[in-house]
Write a protein that binds this ligand. Structure first.
Ligand code: SF4
Length: 577
């Protein structure tokens, strides 16, 4: 059986808590293992080569070497410090740069060790990305499995979209030129051509599509010379036989692998540039500029418009697979068939066994949903410029009633910054916002700080759990509709508008918002003894017809429009202890 999750935290929960518990409960023995994508493991041979080739580099310090000597898994997530991404890319396990059985480190290899354990496991825990990579390779990555459980299944479509996207970036091209020069000794003239063409291409894109994630709808003629230059470099690399290389210590073999890895990068760039040159209605192209002035980068991404067919054909209908269970706390949305949105997203057509299961929590008595009316609380439309200022007033009142102990969740970074700026200095409690420190550290800070208030966006809407009174209030600024100018969402809406059968709002925008909102609301009640308040400030929830549909999809909390009803849901006894 394969169990797949979207997040590392849920994988850890399965491995450390759920499966060991299951082992105690069932009357038979079984074993289990965790397998991650190979890029998560240190590649010992690549690490040794990197150290030998860069003796003066101080990127690898004693702390890392000490960890490496002691680690049994070589899994980067064990590190409690970060390694620069570009260094990690040089020393992790890489399928295109692997000597396999001929590798001198094969017997100690972390990745092949994890694969060996996976081969013998009755239950194998993986992530969606690896699951999809296996499906795309026709089952060459994971051992054969009969049963599949996809937890956090609401993420499957997004992760598939990302996994099958290709990207070219200014920084990536610079890295490619460096590798081709240093490792393969490619002719300078070829690399200068690539540099020249990439300047022309990114100059054009920067002029026309600067800053935000912007969709490219027309053909970009500057992609053509860039394509030609990359084809020439690819041809040159392929023509090399490396006969002059002194074949000591597998040097020739290693060089061929490096050449193969560079070719595969070029192929990904070519795929993206082909689509930039000749747009295809089944693909969405968009450009992005990094906002970090120290790491200037401009990228072009080509994403498939619809991955549902791929998921259905290659994953859910995989040869030998008996059954698949898809589950999540947020799969059901509104409509005659609450699972229609999810089933469409993974290409399931026809009958399936489906059900909603009762939560073990008594939401009516454990929680209150506060929906402030527009008039009573003087709230404008969420799209009006003054909305966050007015909403901040209500947020402050709520924090006062709850004595801090609150998550304040926003749908955009700009709203988060604005509200934090207005509220945080006036609060009598410690407040922090997302971005001030890494997510896990911020969560640890929240758990141990009395009356803490945490302002967050996307990464705090799900996958974080705070039990007990420490989290007594969750405030959500507005209904989390997808940003209308998100390139993939925009293209999918357009496709639905053209098709006529389904509605872009009812079948895409609304179920997306409901799924997201359920995730945010789900932060509050984590155990049967938790108590607290969820406040959703968006007046559209009480005014629009779709607002009622959304409320019906949320956990069955008591509902109020008055702040006076809230205090009984905040446990203040624990404050004095
Ligand atoms: S077997 Fe492959 S992944 Fe493992 S250490 Fe050797 S080269 Fe790296």
């Amino acid at each position: 059986m394969v169990v797949s999750t979207a997040t590392i935290s849920l994988q850890e929960q399965y491995i450390k808590k759920d499966i060991p518990l299951l082992q105690k409960l069932v009357p038979f023995e079984f074993n289990y293992a965790l397998l991650k994508g190979r890029g998560n493991y240190v590649g010992i041979r690549r690490f040794n080569d990197f150290v030998a080739e860069n003796p003066k580099s101080n990127a690898i310090d004693d702390e890392f070497v000490e960890w490496l000597n002691e680690s049994e898994t070589g899994d980067i997530s064990e590190l409690d410090f970060t390694l620069p991404g570009e260094i990690w890319q040089e020393i992790n396990s890489d399928g295109e740069d692997c000597l396999r059985q001929r590798c001198p480190n094969f017997s100690d290899c972390f990745y092949f060790g994890a694969r060996e354990a996976a081969e013998h496991a009755d239950i194998l825990v993986v992530n969606h990305n690896l699951l999809l990579v296996d499906a795309a390779s026709g089952g060459n990555v994971l051992p054969k499995y009969d049963l599949l459980i996809i937890d956090e299944a609401h993420h499957l479509n997004d992760i598939a979209t990302e996994a099958f996207s290709s990207q070219i970036s200014s920084r990536g091209l610079k890295r490619l030129r460096n590798k081709a020069t240093k490792q393969l000794n490619a002719p300078i003239k070829l690399l200068e051509d690539i540099e020249f063409d990439s300047h022309a291409l990114f100059h054009r894109l920067r002029n026309d599509y600067a800053f935000n994630k912007k969709r490219v709808r027309q053909s970009i003629k500057e992609a053509e010379p860039m394509l030609m230059s990359l084809h020439v470099l690819r041809g040159w690399i392929e023509s090399q036989d490396y006969e002059n290389v002194l074949d000591v210590d597998l040097a020739k073999e290693k060089l061929k692998l490096k050449a193969k890895a560079v070719i595969s990068t070029i192929d990904r760039y070519i795929k993206c540039l082909d689509l930039l040159k000749l747009p295809d209605s089944n693909w969405v192209i968009y450009v992005e500029q990094s906002t970090n002035p120290n790491h200037e980068n401009f990228s072009v991404t080509a994403s498939p418009l619809d991955v549902s067919g791929f998921i259905a054909d290659n994953l859910l209908s995989k040869a030998g697979l008996h059954s698949t269970v898809c589950m999540s706390a947020t799969l059901a949305t509104a409509g005659d068939d609450p699972f229609d949105y999810f089933k469409t997203s993974v290409g399931v057509i026809g009958p399936v066994v489906q059900d909603k299961f009762q939560s073990p929590f008594d939401y009516k008595h454990q929680s209150m949903l506060f929906l402030p009316g527009r008039k009573s609380y003087n709230l404008p439309n969420p799209n009006d410029a003054g909305y966050i200022t007015e909403a901040s007033r209500v947020i402050e009142q709520l924090i006062e009633l709850s004595h801090g102990r609150a998550f304040i969740l926003f749908t955009s970074r700009s709203a988060l910054f604005r509200a934090f700026e207005i509220i945080s200095k006036r609060l009598p409690y410690e407040a922090r916002r997302q971005g001030e420190m890494p997510r896990n550290k911020l969560l640890e800070w929240f758990k141990v700080t009395p009356n803490a208030v945490l302002f967050g966006t996307s990464s705090f809407w799900e996958g974080v759990s705070v039990d007990g009174d420490q989290l007594s209030l969750v405030v959500i600024d507005r209904i989390p509709f997808q940003a209308p100018d998100d390139p993939i969402y925009e293209a999918r809406c357009e496709r639905l508008k053209e098709g006529g059968e389904k509605s872009w709002f009812g079948d895409l925008a609304l179920p997306y918002a409901i799924t997201r909102l359920k995730q945010g609301v789900g932060r509050l009640i984590r155990t049967q003894s938790d108590k607290g308040v969820v406040a959703i400030l968006d007046p559209r929830l009480t005014e629009k017809a779709y607002g009622q549909k959304i409320i019906e999809c949320l956990p069955p909390m008591s509902v109020t429009h008055n702040l006076q009803d809230l205090p009984s849901f905040f446990n203040v006894n624990s404050l004095n202890s």
